[in-house]
Design a protein around this ligand. Structure first.
Ligand code: ZN
Length: 337
């Protein structure tokens, strides 16, 4: 495409194309902490209409469920996951945390959602306008702050069609995350210089950034709250946010790049459904870079996703003991008031 001239400029352009191919593609998933796992399934699968695409255990703590929700296949960009810690204390939202996780819904859907949430007994405020979108803000059963963002183009992504939410209003994957930070300069510099984010607007204390192709699924807002107390990760708080990388080779390149920018990055960890590296951004939020492949159909057929307790090979020998220690978990029960 650029060959033939022998001048320096075309070579530079080839390098730029190669780097573009390794852009971060947006949010891969968000992982939070739940209390009661059944309440979590009832809310996310029953009320919000997401698909439970995987039930497994926390690979670092096999006594706790790890539940994954998403679209039909749990595609990257649609995934919200939970470690379930029944009986554990609630955490505290504060700086150094993801303090809002936002989902995309089609324009005009917020009226439907306001009524549906009210019928399910969920406290929610009137929709608010922020930057270029309208959002409905509400907590999950453990107090985790969520937002539904209505915007043009949301319907381009496919919903999970077998839920009880009409397709016209159904959630279309993640929209973005909000990070609470004492200041924003250090995080903004890291996002733009090390990770390829672009500044994309500001309003009051909200500073918006975009990555990948931008738009829904590629948005990060920094909420600058200098006087707020640090958060404490426990029930009802986000544990980390993961960003998409195309594959293992790109992930190794990202690992080297992040280290060159002075970040302390973990080795590659096998999460079975993706490969992961982790580091803390300057404001204290735990970031992960996760590969798109292999995805959730690596150990279950698409039509069976989320039905059985799936364990990685190294935990299979302990299946009986693990199953006996986990609380029972049935299909979602939606308690409409
Ligand atoms: Zn993760």
């Amino acid at each position: 495409m650029y060959g033939g001239s022998g001048k320096a400029e075309p070579r530079t352009r080839v390098v730029m194309v190669a780097e573009h191919a390794n852009d971060i593609g947006g949010i891969h998933h968000v992982t939070a902490i739940a209390g009661d796992p059944q309440g979590n399934v009832d809310f996310y699968a029953g009320v919000l209409g997401l698909r439970l695409v995987k039930r497994t255990v926390n690979f670092d703590d096999a006594g706790a469920y790890h539940l994954y929700y998403g679209d039909e296949l749990g595609r990257p960009g649609t995934i919200l996951t939970f470690f379930a810690w029944p009986g554990a204390p609630r955490g505290r939202r504060g700086v150094g945390q993801v303090t809002a996780t936002s989902f995309s819904v089609p324009e005009g859907a917020l009226g439907y959602w306001a009524k549906r949430l009210e019928e399910a007994g969920v406290e929610r405020d009137a929709p608010v306008r922020r930057l270029d979108h309208e959002a409905l803000i509400f907590p999950d059963p453990d107090g985790l702050p969520l937002e539904l963002v209505a915007h043009a183009g949301a319907e381009a992504r496919e919903p999970w069609r077998k839920a009880s939410v009409p397709e016209a209003h159904a959630i279309r994957g993640l929209y973005g995350v909000t990070l609470a930070e004492p200041g924003y300069e250090a995080t903004a510099a890291m996002l733009t210089r090390a990770m390829g984010f672009r500044a994309a607007g500001e309003e009051g204390q909200h500073f918006r950034f975009e990555v990948g192709s931008g738009g829904a699924g590629g948005r990060l807002d920094i909420l600058c709250v200098p006087d707020a107390a640090p958060g404490r990760v426990a029930v009802g708080t986000v544990h980390h946010v993961a960003w998409r990388v195309p594959g293992a080779a790109e992930q190794r390149a990202w690992r080297r790049r992040l280290e060159r920018h002075g970040l302390d990055v973990t080795p590659v960890l096998d999460r079975k459904y993706f490969q992961s590296i982790y580091f803390r951004e300057p404001g204290g939020v735990l970031f992960e870079l996760a590969t798109d492949p292999p995805g959730f159909t690596v150990d279950e057929l698409p039509e069976r996703l989320g039905m059985g307790l799936m364990l990685p090979a190294w935990l299979e020998p302990y299946r009986n003991r693990i199953e006996a220690a986990l609380p029972a978990l049935g299909p979602p029960v939606v308690g409409h008031a």
